[in-house]
Design a protein around this ligand. Structure first.
Ligand code: F0G
Length: 482
């Protein structure tokens, strides 16, 4: 997005693209929304998309694609082995990251499976700025454990710290001193730190981590799934990078890493994933797992058309106009909510707008999953589907007790270039209404709780009849409006 000033003085993110393919949406009436969310066990993952007006569940695999990406899909070279399409992807990744070896995978967690199987052994530790659900699951499955070393500021809900995803270097050094470098499987940094609100990491922090890794002979792995947002934030928030191009910033980051992996459902606005590796020996150790779990080395479980789209998408990620759209729309939404007093994570990050549910629903105990309850309430109030990112997304301790997460968040993802500003205004309006009526919202209890990754398909019921009361209040306030 270019910086275009409005005569009115209003701060409006102006799209540097036009919409040429559209999908019709439906907004069911509030009574039908209550019925749909009840049938879905109050779990927004289980809603049918046709009952959803704005799908803000995730940005994963649902970003808008460009005309150039769609055109490239038509010239894909379909072959089990040796496809020219794959060669184009490999060359593009080598060009932007400068790492010699590339392995394809069907999505981000598939990369994590391969990395964990090769690098994690029982009893080892993976220090990271913050965990992601699938990352942690794979590390634990291989007998390792995760240590989150985010700076204290990273967990402060409201802040003006520009790089809340940074790792606390002193904590990293203390961890290595306490356990010994041989107990560290690798050090992982996540760009655009997902679970703390899409918060970026800084180039300076990564440089420091590289220094510590070099001193201790450790491998530095970057999860670049949310790199696009992070690149934009480095460009606009780090004064030392203001005059660098996005491609130059990307290269400075990559030069510090031994391994870069990503979900192409996010990075590159396509579907799939990949691992880029500097060291040949490491590459050889990982390579054998690709045909076993993914597919042959020149498609890795991805459709060849998606690989073409990804190659173009990665190239377009080097364009500031393209990668700024998400962060600027999110900043608009966050600013509008802050103006109305709604508690949200600040500063605005990438990925989406994150509501601070511990403050929004301060009367609902964590044992009753307030972020899940708010996700259900917001769907009833608006047809907007968000994602619970709080205690419900955690895994119980082996003794069955709950793990209460540091933050209870309702994530409203902003898939890139998908929504219009009036749709974002609608979401803000309904969240504002819900905030004013927050005392009506109650908690949830599990009626069906899976053992692993329970948030994906667990079913819950409301505590009491708060949902019917919410619907009645909606009708009283909005009349016959949808
Ligand atoms: N790493 C990060 C930082 C992610 O955000 C994700 C996925 C993955 C790895 C796994 O990638 O889905 O392609 O297997 N995040 C999605 C989300 C699911 O909704 O935030 P995947």
């Amino acid at each position: 997005m270019a910086s275009v000033k409005f005569a009115s003085g209003e701060n409006i993110p102006l799209e540097m693209h036009k919409v040429r393919i559209v999908q019709k949406l439906f907004l069911p009436p509030v009574e039908a929304r209550l019925k749909a969310v009840t049938e879905a066990g109050n779990n927004t993952f289980l809603l049918r998309n046709r009952d959803v007006f704005m799908d803000m569940l995730t940005d994963s695999g649902v970003n808008a694609m460009s005309d150039q990406q769609l055109a490239a899909m038509m010239v894909a070279d379909d072959a089990y082995a040796g496809s020219a399409t794959y060669e184009r992807l490999e060359a593009k990744l080598q060009e932007i990251f400068g790492l010699k070896y590339v392995l394809p995978a069907h999505q981000g967690r598939a990369c994590e499976n391969i990395l964990a199987q090769v690098l994690v052994t029982p009893g080892t530790i993976v220090p990271m700025n913050y965990h992601f659900t699938t990352t942690k699951a794979h590390i634990v499955l291989n007998g390792g454990s995760v240590e989150e070393l985010i700076t204290e500021e990273g967990l402060a809900v409201t802040s003006d710290q520009p790089f809340k995803g940074d790792m606390d270097i002193a904590k990293l050094e203390a961890l290595i001193a306490a356990h010994g470098a041989d107990k560290i499987a690798f050090v992982r940094m996540e760009a655009g730190t997902n679970l703390i609100g899409g918060q970026p990491i800084s180039l300076d922090n990564l440089t420091e981590i590289r220094r510590v890794c070099d001193q201790n002979g450790l491998i530095l792995v970057l999860d670049a799934s949310l790199l696009a947002d992070n690149l934009y934030f480095i460009k606009v928030r780090d004064p030392n990078c203001r005059d660098l191009s996005i491609a130059e910033i990307t290269r400075r980051i990559a030069d510090l890493c031994d391994i870069i992996y990503f979900s192409a459902r996010k990075l590159g606005c396509a579907r799939g994933g990949g691992i880029c590796i500097r060291d040949e020996a490491l590459y050889r150790r990982m390579r054998g797992l690709v045909p076993l779990y993914e597919g042959f080395l020149t498609y890795g479980g991805m459709s060849i058309r998606e690989i073409e789209a990804l190659t173009v998408g990665l190239d377009e990620t080097m364009d500031e106009d393209m990668i700024s759209q998400g962060p600027l729309f999110i900043a608009y939404m966050v600013d509008e909510l802050v103006k109305r007093g709604v508690p949200v994570i600040t500063p605005a990050g990438g990925l989406g707008c994150h509501i601070d549910v511990l403050r929004f629903l301060d009367h609902v105990p964590q044992a009753q999953y307030p972020a899940g309850a708010l996700a259900s309430a917001l769907y009833i109030a608006s047809g907007v589907r968000g994602m619970e990112r709080g205690s419900l997304s955690e895994q119980r301790n082996p003794d069955g007790s709950e793990v209460y997460s540091n933050m209870e968040l309702l994530r409203l993802a902003m898939p890139r270039r998908v929504f219009t500003l009036s749709q974002v205004k609608y979401a803000v309006d309904r969240i504002d209404w819900l905030y004013k009526n927050r005392s009506l919202v109650g908690g949830l209890v599990f009626v069906e709780e899976p053992e692993i990754l329970r948030f994906f398909y667990g079913r819950l019921a409301p505590v009491g009849d708060w949902q019917e009361k919410l619907v009645a209040k909606f009708r009283a306030d909005f009349g016959d409006s949808l």
